[in-house]
Design a binder for this molecule. Structure first.
Ligand code: ZN
Length: 157
């Protein structure tokens, strides 16, 4: 159990493609635990491995319903759209308006390396898309409509 250092905008690793996880090792399990600790400590609702300096396709999400682990996630389907404020733990103190699908269906492996399908709407759909973007080196700041704004207190992802 450990809090890891969150990489911030400008760090090269955030622009790189993350690698697929081929095997569930104790190192990956430890990474997942640390990512949850780091995300909760920072009051975020999602975190991708590149944000803690690891170029692997691992995401953790907790939008309040249940903690989710997504290894090698793939978006299967999206529909609708939602426009709203978004933030990122790698861009502290900022937020901006981003349009995302209102529904996303994602295939991933869980913490036991078992495949499952997760469907999300609204915040969860936004969070899934945002975090999976991180695995492909895409930051939400590139999708912001208008300007990045300052936030007083974060609902950061
Ligand atoms: Zn983010």
């Amino acid at each position: 159990m450990a809090i890891r250092n969150i990489r911030e905008l400008g760090d090269e690793i955030l622009t790189k493609e993350a690698r697929e996880v081929t095997e569930l090792t104790p190192k990956i399990t430890e990474l997942i635990e640390d990512m949850f600790d780091t995300m909760y400590e920072a009051n975020g609702c999602g975190l991708a491995a590149p944000q803690v300096g690891v170029r692997k396709q691992v995401v953790v999400i907790d939008c309040g319903d249940q903690p989710l682990v997504l290894i090698n996630p793939v978006i299967l389907e999206t529909s609708g759209s939602q426009t709203g404020n978004e933030g990122c733990l790698s861009v502290p103190g900022k937020c901006g308006v981003v349009t995302r699908p209102n529904y996303a269906k994602v295939k991933a492996l869980d913490e036991n390396f078992e495949e499952y399908i997760i469907e999300g709407e609204e915040l969860l759909a936004r969070c899934l898309c945002h975090e999976i973007d991180h695995l492909h080196g895409v930051m939400y700041v590139d999708k912001v409509e208008g300007k990045l704004m300052d936030v007083e207190q974060g609902e950061e992802e």
